[in-house]
Design a binder for this molecule. Structure first.
Ligand SMILES: C[S@@+](CC[C@H](N)C(=O)[O-])C[C@H]1O[C@@H](n2cnc3c(N)ncnc32)[C@H](O)[C@@H]1O
Length: 241
């Protein structure tokens, strides 16, 4: 995807559909959230009023997970979509110390939008919309906006290393959404979810290996994958203290 305004995310109906149904078609979303919660509790809870950056914040769900373990955190939420930022602001009504920035990831770096440094940068299901060179540029930019010892964590979808594995990962995903329907979690049929994901030109995932190496190249340490189920991963790294 080269221009946010041409993407599906600029369409508020598409965004609403995601918000309404992500829980039923993102496999083990709750478990992934628990992993993020545990990460925050292990690595952030000793920081006084940690400054948090939530990239592609959507309705602010990841910020809310961070706040559940670090209630004193001071978040800056960034999204290309004003609708999404409005949804996030609604979720955090009354929290006047929170900042909201409408900017695409490309604009962030090109226009030097961020003025502060952060203790923790987090992103969920957003960076796979950037083409490969822009991903690495974003990682470099984030590195420059983390304070010493700051963490970056990305919950996202990745490309399998080869077609055979990609097919199996898609099968795993389909089986998960089918199970949600069979077990009555939803009555919506999402059995075409993998086709929609693969046919959508907004989705340009890269391999996990490429992204872990990109993090190491820009200087991150403790780079690792913290969770994986098919194409769904949580990975990240830490800026040296
Ligand atoms: C799948 S939603 C994820 C929202 C939220 N982080 C979550 O986990 O539920 C992707 C979000 O990334 C935003 N987004 C997509 N491409 C972007 C870009 N190039 N720059 C900034 N935001 C972008 C969309 O507007 C949307 O809010």
């Amino acid at each position: 995807m080269s221009d946010f305004s041409d993407s599906n995310w600029a369409d508020s109906q598409f965004a609403q559909e995601y918000l309404d149904h992500a829980e039923t078609y993102v496999p083990f979303r709750r478990e992934m959230m628990e992993t993020v919660r545990s990460f925050c509790s292990a690595f952030l809870s000793s920081t006084d009023k940690p400054r948090i950056l939530d990239l592609g914040c959507g309705d602010g769900i990841m910020t809310s997970i961070v706040l559940s373990t670090c209630p004193e955190a001071v978040p800056t939420l960034v999204d290309g979509s004003q609708d999404m930022l409005d949804r996030a602001a609604e979720r955090f009504t009354g929290r006047t110390e929170f900042s909201y920035i409408r900017a695409t990831f490309q604009e962030l770096a090109e226009e030097q939008v961020l003025k502060d440094t952060y203790d923790f940068a987090i992103s969920s299901l957003a960076i796979h919309h950037l083409p490969r060179p822009d991903k690495e540029s974003l990682y470099r930019y984030l590195y420059s906006h983390l304070g010493p010892g700051g963490h970056f964590l990305n919950l996202d979808v990745v490309l399998a290393p080869d077609d055979e594995l990609e097919s199996w990962y898609m099968e795993l995903w389909r089986a998960w959404v089918d199970r949600q329907r069979r077990e009555g979690v939803t009555d919506r049929d999402f059995s075409d979810i993998t086709r929609r994901y693969q046919d959508n030109p907004d989705n340009v995932p890269d391999t996990l290996d490429f992204q872990l190496d990109a993090l190491r190249r820009v200087g991150f340490r403790q780079v690792d994958c913290y969770y994986k189920y098919g194409v769904f991963v949580i990975f990240g790294g830490r800026k040296p203290a």
